[in-house]
Design a protein around this ligand. Structure first.
Ligand code: GTP
Ligand code: SPV
Ligand code: MN
Length: 589
């Protein structure tokens, strides 16, 4: 008798009509076979799926070029499908499940004709973790199969684990004909099912990531009493050897990967990496919040990555590890067969192909690498990997950090007065938009907890859920907000950022341990300037003061914008959030 898994795969094959079905086992041999298939048999937009890069300089590395219209997440084509619209909330596109399925069936009928359907068995989370979930994704491109092998714990043992049960997360993915008009990412949270057609790109196609581990999992977490968040997880080792674990939520392309493996500018400090994008957070039996990273790889922004900004990522990318490394939509230095991007180390190579594979003209004013070009690399390659990475329980979190890209207004760091006040600070977060999603770049948008594109249900209910989780903890993490991106009048970043962010983390740890007094402002507690270690940093006192300036007039305007945003959720918004709003408003007058 067929198992529910076999039956489901069979049904999807009847619909999509692939020429063959390939059950992946996640082995090293297999991933190299998939790369070969991608280089010799499959193509996207008339180009082979993979191009082998200089193996001496970049071991096991391959370049992939996606379709030129398919270079970022497409939020306007992303839907959550509940029987009722209210559950989805104003922060999501909604479609009724049956209507969505009828549409998707039409788009999927025969979409894998002539192709191989890959069956990918994988775990989100360590297989021994009580918080992990067994998943199956179907896809028709070797690029997604190899990417999922890097980003998740893929193994045939997952098939045994699922056994005769029908309790597994389902993902059906096809690149279709890559027509942007026929591109949809549909979530069915009640069925733990994601159905994506028409895109091969990142968060649209690697269905374990944003689709399951955030949108669907956030809803599952609401049912089961935990949180799925867009957060990095890191351990900060101080000179006395003690390690403090923190999470940080920053919107897409706002510095999570950099923070996750930062090389400290202060001697004696060391960062240990646990995750760079997603955290699943559970209240432990000890009344603390515990974090696991459901992923096993990084899908990181290439531009700006260098030995200067993120040396540990450069070492990660250059390591001859177990898994291959993929580069997507970077430029190609044709003299050396090496990937290249704006902000890379060294002089710009003379002969470059741009991200579409066309000869690049440096006088054209265009970027050679796409601004959202990325690398996909195994987390086990990183020299800063935490020894707790495969601990099924995760790590206990002492502080949660929230931040956005704000060239104005928001101070370098402040601590919220308590959990509820911190939830409000995170709820009113804003950030200037980036190239990570198909949208206008550089405009301020509200992005509560960096989850606006990823919270799979109504944000009012989400804030309520956060408040409830807070009440269940005897020892909740302290909540901080940061902003690495404040600019002076001439548009220059006032704070050096990157490895120097350790100076802010040091103050955060001091606050956690009760070793810094701080200064109370209407928005929260900021450091007294003498509490920040600025040794070796060439930064004027003026600049430091400006980094902490709180201008009541500008803050009142900010609050007006916050109110307009939060009012959308009026029907589900917890009263506590409006109380916090009123308190802050009063403090500013
Ligand atoms: P997603 O993968 O999209 O979720 O992004 P992310 O949050 O991991 O962002 P990432 O760390 O890749 O950083 C995105 C961009 O911000 C890169 O171009 C970095 O060089 C830049 N960046 C990161 N940290 C800092 C910082 O401290 N200061 C400044 N000025 N720029 C930074
Ligand atoms: C993001 O946009 O936040 C990412 C990249 O991490 S993607 O996986 O494409 O969503
Ligand atoms: Mn992200």
């Amino acid at each position: 008798m067929a198992t529910p898994l076999e039956k489901w795969v069979d049904e999807q094959a009847k619909l999509t009509k692939p020429k063959s079905i390939y059950w992946c086992d996640g082995s090293e041999d297999e991933v190299h076979k998939l790369l070969e298939i991608g280089m010799r048999e499959e193509s996207i937009n008339g180009q082979p799926v993979f191009h082998e890069l200089n193996q001496k300089a970049w071991p096991k590395s391959y370049l992939h070029r996606s379709h030129p219209t398919d270079v970022a997440r497409t939020e306007h084509l992303t839907y959550v499908c509940y029987p009722d619209r209210l559950t989805a909330g104003p922060n999501n596109n909604w479609m009724a499940p049956e209507e969505a399925k009828t549409m998707m069936r039409k788009l999927s009928d025969g979409c894998m004709a002539g192709k191989t359907m890959y069956v990918l068995p994988y775990m989100m989370g360590h297989p021994n973790s009580p918080y992990a979930k067994a998943c199956i994704q179907l896809t028709d491109t070797s690029y997604v199969a190899v990417s999922m092998r890097i980003m998740t714990r893929m193994s045939k043992s997952v098939i045994n684990k699922i056994g005769k049960s029908d309790n597994f997360v389902k993902g059906l993915h096809s690149i279709g004909d890559l027509d942007p008009e026929k591109r949809f990412v549909m979530h069915f949270p009640l069925e733990h099912f994601v159905w994506s057609v028409g895109s091969g790109y990142g968060g649209n196609a690697l269905l374990g990531k944003k689709c399951f581990a955030l949108r669907v999992a956030s809803w599952v977490g609401l049912q089961e009493g935990w949180l799925a968040e867009h957060m990095v997880i890191l351990g900060i080792q101080s000179p006395d050897g003690e390690i403090t674990y923190v999470t940080a939520a920053l919107p897409s392309a706002c510095g999570k990967t950099n923070l996750a493996m930062m090389e400290s500018a202060l001697p004696g400090y060391k960062i240990w990496t646990l995750g760079d994008d997603i955290a699943w957070l559970n209240v432990g039996p000890d009344g603390r919040l515990w974090a696991i990273n459901p992923e096993s790889g990084f899908f990181g922004v290439a531009p700006g990555t260098s030995m200067n900004t993120n040396p540990n990522m450069m070492r990660t990318l250059k390591k001859d590890g177990f898994c291959p490394t993929l580069f997507t939509n970077t430029a190609l230095d044709t003299d050396n067969n090496e990937p290249w991007w704006e902000g890379a180390d060294g002089a710009r190579p003379t002969n470059l192909l741009d991200w579409q594979g066309k000869r690049w003209d440096s006088s054209s004013g265009t970027k050679a690498a796409h601004p959202n070009s990325r690398f996909t690399v195994s987390m086990y390659n990183t020299p800063t990997l935490s020894k707790e990475i495969d601990n099924p329980k995760g790590v206990p979190i002492s502080a949660m950090i929230f931040g956005g890209k704000r060239t104005q207004l928001i101070p370098l760091v402040f601590e919220s007065f308590n959990w509820q006040n911190g939830v409000f600070a995170a709820a009113r977060m804003g950030s200037e938009t980036t190239a990570a999603a198909a949208q206008k770049v550089g405009v301020l948008r509200r992005d509560p907890m960096a989850m606006l594109p990823f919270c799979g249900y109504s944000m009012g209910d989400y804030f309520k859920h956060w408040l409830k989780i807070g009440k269940r903890m005897q020892n909740p993490p302290k909540i901080f907000s940061v902003n690495w991106f404040r600019q002076d009048d001439s548009g220059k970043f006032m704070w050096p950022g990157f490895g120097d962010n350790i100076r802010v983390l040091e103050w955060i740890i001091k606050r956690v341990k009760g070793e810094a007094q701080g200064r109370v402002t209407p928005v929260g507690v900021v450091p007294k300037l003498e509490e920040l270690n600025l040794a070796g940093l060439d930064i004027g006192e003026d600049t430091m003061e400006k980094l902490f300036e709180i201008n009541p007039g500008e803050w009142k305007n900010e609050l007006k914008d916050v109110k307009i945003f939060l009012r959308q959720f009026a029907d589900t918004m917890p009263e506590e959030m409006w109380q916090e709003y009123k308190n802050l408003e009063a403090q500013l007058s």
